[in-house]
Design a protein around this ligand. Structure first.
Ligand code: BES
Ligand code: ZN
Length: 459
């Protein structure tokens, strides 16, 4: 089955493909907010019927949370499994959006045309690149070049709570694909496509410190009563030392230095640190002393406070000494770091810093280790060549600072390796206001998948 007519079909079908993507983007499938539960169902229904239109036996499959969308297409050649997620992040702060996040529009920008909406990149635009590539194969040749399982999740942005139980319960159905393809990552730069070979793990903790049993007047009680915000601030400030290292005991167990070969590969990529920071209004690296920028993002673990609450944060001023203060803290993990051991060490450290009269409670928000892909599989070289044929620069093997725990679960539960290919750009503002996806990412991304499917099916 030849590739060229498939690529041509993708070109001529681009406008219709964009309309389909816009339809999906109009559905506000925010997984973390229960108010959008019905919208998550609608997004799943939309995908089921879209996959059915490709000839897939597709179904919405219930979970205790949002449904999975599963589709199977029989075919020759290797059995590939495709993973993407149809849920999106919340949109707040809404006032920072220049247009309605769920009214997608095509905009001209100095860097070319973009489609702007929540999920335009992460992950609806990305997952549709793969579906559109399959649609073109089917339209031109009447079939896909290989056997395919589609597996689309609706809880990725809220930690995939139903995923492991679902895979375990349905292990037979998902047994033995040759490879999983995941489209939820970025390019190295706008001219250089990438296969992501390392992902950081993620551990989430929410800490709530309680001091007095009610909010107090800070004049009547300030000085004599302990303020839980003061305790929390001291704990957060102590999580890093002056060299930028994380101080949780045992945190670096399982973290190794970058192998020389990988360091040389990454150095050769010529990462523009100043440009990367400059694009977000910064100029100085904030990580561990003596580490390169790429190393900090791709190969070193971190601790970040993602949010703090406590006391009066509304307009004006209120002299209150609050009863409670809380913080959401996440750790990105690398190498063999054990998320559960770090959770225990972190909690012990916090408890040891509590003054008398203060108590702490913890809530957990996910724990997944880092993963490294098996790049010695010849499929990786085949895919690298296929991507290099589509883009101006040859494809690079890169790391990623983000986390996609699913890659680790596929390996652990199904024994399947994952190949992560995505077409996001650093300036796509994923998880931020005004998220966008370049039409070039969408169009060439779709063409890239058509090429990758051809290359993997030839193996
Ligand atoms: N698509 C992202 C992961 C990603 C981000 C890959 C940036 C490459 C570059 C994914 O949807 C995501 O945001 N994952 C979460 C993890 C999840 C458990 C909340 C993340 O990395 O914070
Ligand atoms: Zn995301």
């Amino acid at each position: 089955m030849s590739l060229d007519p498939v690529l041509t079909r993708i070109d001529t079908d681009l406008d219709a493909a964009l309309e389909r993507l816009k339809d999906l983007l109009r559905i506000p499938s925010i997984s973390t907010d229960p108010a959008y539960k019905a919208d998550c169902e609608r997004a799943a229904d939309w995908l089921v019927s879209d996959l059915q239109s490709l000839g897939a036996a597709a179904e919405k499959r219930p979970t205790p949370g949002h449904p999975m969308v599963v589709g199977h297409v029989d075919g020759p050649g290797p059995h590939l499994m495709f993973y993407g997620h149809y849920d999106v992040q919340p949109v707040d702060p809404l006032e920072l959006w220049d247009s309605d996040p769920f009214d997608p529009r095509i905009e001209d920008t100095p860097d070319g045309k973009v489609i702007r909406a929540r999920g335009a990149c992460d992950d609806k635009g990305q997952l549709m690149t793969f579906i559109e590539a399959c649609r073109a194969w089917k339209a031109v040749h009447g079939a896909l070049p290989c056997k395919m399982t589609f597996f689309l999740e609706g809880e990725e942005e809220s930690g995939s709570p139903s995923l492991v139980p679902f895979l375990k319960e349905n292990a037979a159905e998902f047994s033995a694909p040759d490879l999983a393809l995941i489209c939820d990552t970025g390019m190295f730069d706008p001219r250089t496509p990438a296969i992501t070979t390392m992902l950081r793990g993620l551990l989430g903790e929410e800490v709530t410190i309680t001091g007095p049993d009610k909010d107090l007047h800070s004049g009547m009680y300030g000085g004599i009563a302990m303020n839980p915000i003061r305790v929390l601030a001291r704990i957060i400030a102590s999580l890093h030392d002056d060299e930028g290292r994380v101080t949780v005991p045992g945190f670096y167990d399982g973290v190794s230095e970058l192998p020389e070969e990988i360091r040389a590969q990454w150095d050769a990529l010529g990462f523009d640190e100043a440009g990367f920071l400059g694009a977000v209004g910064l100029s100085e690296k904030a990580g561990e002393t003596g580490r390169s920028g790429l190393e900090m993002i791709w190969a070193r673990p971190t601790c970040e406070t993602n949010g703090i609450t406590g006391g009066y944060t509304g307009d004006g001023f209120k002299t209150v000494l609050p009863s409670q203060a809380s913080a959401k803290i996440s750790f990105r993990l690398v190498g063999g770091q054990d998320p559960h051991a770090i959770r225990t060490a972190f909690r012990d450290m916090v408890r040891a810093m509590l003054p008398a009269d203060c108590s702490v409670t913890f809530a957990e928000h996910g724990a997944s280790p880092a993963s490294v892909m098996a790049t010695d599989d010849p499929a990786f070289e085949a895919a690298r060549r296929a991507l290099s044929d589509e883009w101006p620069n040859p494809a690079a093997f890169v790391g990623s600072g983000g986390s996609i725990p699913i890659a680790g679960y596929f390996k652990a539960l199904l024994g399947v390796d994952s190949m992560l290919i995505g077409f996001g750009r650093d300036d796509d503002r994923i998880h931020s206001p005004n998220e966008k996806y370049d039409l070039e990412s969408f169009h060439r991304g779709t063409r890239s998948w058509a090429r990758v499917l051809a290359a993997l099916s030839k193996e």
